[in-house]
Design a protein around this ligand. Sequence first.
Ligand SMILES: C[S@@+](CC[C@H](N)C(=O)[O-])C[C@H]1O[C@@H](n2cnc3c(N)ncnc32)[C@H](O)[C@@H]1O
Length: 369
Amino acid sequence: MEARSSDLTIEFRSDRPPADAFEAVVRELEDGLHRAGVAFDARPGGVVRVGASPVGMVTAFEPGREVTLRWYAMPWGESKDATVRFRLEPEGVGSRILWSVSGWAGLFSESPDAFPDWVAAEVIPSILGRLLPEAVGDWFTDRRVRRPGGEEARKVYRDPAFHWPNFLLILDHLPLTAADRLLEVGCGGGVFLRKALESGCRATGVDHSPQMVSLARETNASAVTAGQLEVLPGEAGQLPVENARYTCCVSTGAIGFFPDPLEALTEMCRALRPGGRLVVYAGTPAMKGTPAAPEPVASRVRFFEAAELAELARHAGFVEVRVEEPDMEPYAKKAGVPEEALGLFRGSGGSLLLLARKPVRPSDAPESR
Ligand SMILES: C[S@@+](CC[C@H](N)C(=O)[O-])C[C@H]1O[C@@H](n2cnc3c(N)ncnc32)[C@H](O)[C@@H]1O
């Protein structure tokens, strides 16, 4: 990183060819700005907004080469616009990536001394803050599993080979028919849904990762077109679905990432019809640090004891609650897990399977007894 006058340039190399690097960077930028409450319309002439207020605009957009934004001056005093540029140059089979922010001292022209103080007080600490192990660990956890995004995550969730044993285990405990309406919470790339839809059931997948929502729609494109499946962006604690719409609900490998598992289970119960079935796959602390939950994920995912998970389900309003510690090996064999990896699935390997029902009559609910 090199600073010249008030310009900031960040330059590095990537193994990705420019077309791929461009697509990935624009997607990450859009996603990151979205999380910061900024809408970035990534196209020529697109506007950058916070709520209804424009804060910038796209002045150049050349896929594979460049994006330039004009960042608007402060809405007071003598402040001047700044320029943010992202440029790509081919280098061998990869690319040279250049980010620059220029003219940003002009944003402070009303009080020129403020710029160096603002860089020291706001810019450098926020960069360093994002570089703390805690923050980088959070970022990796999000990107890989908690809110998957990026090329590698899309590849993994398009074909989650090591999740198939869980999918088969769940379907073994949840026979589906064409009469079922299935809800999956934290559906990732939609591969479980694809298998479940073979029963002829109708389904809804919910996930809070925009990249997983689009991947799940891609994975199940014909079911989406046929109206057999909808995939919705949404939070587990505030499911974007009607009350009592589903005959069954599944969540696999996701509940440990939900900020409030009780709230999520309560939402699942709300979404189920009376008598509706619940199947949730989760992990016990025995999974911590194994290839299924290595660091930095291991310290950021919640593991459950069987009794604790059962108690949460009862609190959420479920009845006929059972938690099993299934032997995963037969499912791993059935899923075609290679011989050398079967050891990871011997015994329960820290797997928990929660099975429950929504009461048929409200008077059967645990809290009304
Ligand atoms: C480890 S992945 C599992 C994906 C899929 N169920 C599978 O087994 O392949 C966890 C998924 O849960 C989603 N997720 C995590 N927290 C969530 C939340 N609070 N609300 C909705 N989805 C969430 C993530 O975005 C991710 O797609």
